[in-house]
Design a protein around this ligand. Structure first.
Ligand SMILES: Cc1cc2nc3c(=O)[nH]c(=O)nc-3n(C[C@H](O)[C@H](O)[C@H](O)COP(=O)(O)O)c2cc1C
Length: 176
């Protein structure tokens, strides 16, 4: 696996600059992202379209919401870092694949052509347009009793698979 420093396309952004021209409603909600965790020795990735970016504890942060059955979750749990990566529109098919197949059953890189790249101790993919490297700060599984709007329980959690919200400090941003 190459290191991002060996690739010519990426430049490291100042984190304060990184929010400009980055509409999270569009980038996460409409265009989707890959959540990836692990190292060169073993990693997994999955598509996500729910998430946040903002400020918490005076730090630039993201929140990724991961259901317990995702194979990716065990990599997030066992590593200090995870990455969020964003792709050009023509990668929709690859992102759909990573969001409908599990790394337990298939090699997502082999099936999609996504090329893993080592980034600051974590992993993302060479084809990304933007990569956020995130350091886990806080993780909390949602609970049934915490829902104020109870209709969400029926519409989203019929099997009780409440998301864990992972708060990650954005420690580096790379862009093409
Ligand atoms: C557009 C899209 C968005 C998704 N967003 C999320 C999400 O925010 N959180 C989540 O837990 N799963 C989400 N998923 C489902 C996972 O990506 C999917 O279950 C994936 O196959 C898990 O892979 P894994 O088992 O290799 O981790 C999404 C799927 C798609 C297609």
């Amino acid at each position: 696996m190459k290191n991002i420093s060996e690739l010519t396309g990426f430049r490291k952004l100042d984190i304060a600059e990184a929010g400009k021209d980055f509409d999270v409603f569009t980038k996460i909600g409409a265009e989707w992202m890959l959540v990836t965790a692990g190292t060169e020795k073993g990693f997994n990735t999955m598509t996500a379209s729910w998430g946040f970016a903002g400020i918490m504890w005076n730090k630039p942060c993201v929140i990724a919401a991961i259901r317990p059955q995702r194979y990716t979750k065990r990599f997030i749990d066992s590593n200090e870092l995870f990455t969020l990566s964003f792709y050009p529109a023509d990668f929709r098919k690859e992102l759909a694949f990573c969001g409908s197949n599990s790394g337990r059953d298939v090699d997502k890189c082999e099936k999609t052509g996504l090329v893993p790249v080592a980034v600051d101790g974590s992993v993302a993919f060479e084809q990304a347009q933007r990569i956020l490297v995130c350091r886990k700060l806080y993780a909390q599984q949602m609970t049934e009793s915490s829902f104020i709007d109870r209709t969400i329980i029926d519409s989203q959690y019929r099997t009780g698979d409440y998301h864990t919200a992972y708060y990650g400090e954005i420690i580096a941003v790379y862009e093409k």
